[in-house]
Design a protein around this ligand. Sequence first.
Ligand code: NI
Length: 171
Amino acid sequence: MALRPIIVLPDKRLRLVSEPVTRVDASVRKLIEEMFEAMYDAPGIGLAAIQLGEPKRVVTIDLARKDDPPAPQVFINPEIVWFSEEKRTYEEGCLSIPEYYEEVERPAEVKVKYLDREGNPQEVHAEGILATCLQHEIDHLNGILFIDHLSKLKRDRVIKKFAKAARRAEG
Ligand code: NI
C-alpha cells in the first residue's frame, strides 16, 4: 500500500467541511488503514481524513508513548455532546502545519459520541491530552485549524510563512 501524503497549509482542502460517513464499509476501513500508516510515518498522534485530502468525518488517534505498544483509536462521525467549563492549555502542533507549535486553550473535558470501526455507536468521556486531541481533530472535520484559536497576528504570520514556502517550492 502506497504511503499517502499529508496535505499542508495553504492547501485549500484543509478548509472543507467533511461529510459524515453513511456506511462503515471496506472503503472506509481502507481509508482508516491509510490514515494510520501516514500518521505513524509522520509521526503524529492524531489525523483527520481531510489531511489525506478525503473530506470524510474520520479521525485516527494514538496516544501511546514511544516505547509502549501502539494503541490505535478510530472515531467515525465524532460529535462533541458535552464540554466542561474548566479549560486547559496545551502546546499543539499539526501535521498539516509542520514544525509550528503554539499553546491553545480548550475545554479540559469533553464527551464525544462516535462510531467505532465496526460501525457501532460509542461514547467517550475524554480528559487530558485525549480531550485536546479529539477537539483538534474534530475541528479539522469542520475546516478549522488550531491556528484559528490564536491571535490574528500569530495566525496571519504563520499563514504568510507557509504561503511563501509554497511559492518557493513552485519555483
Ligand atoms: Ni491537525
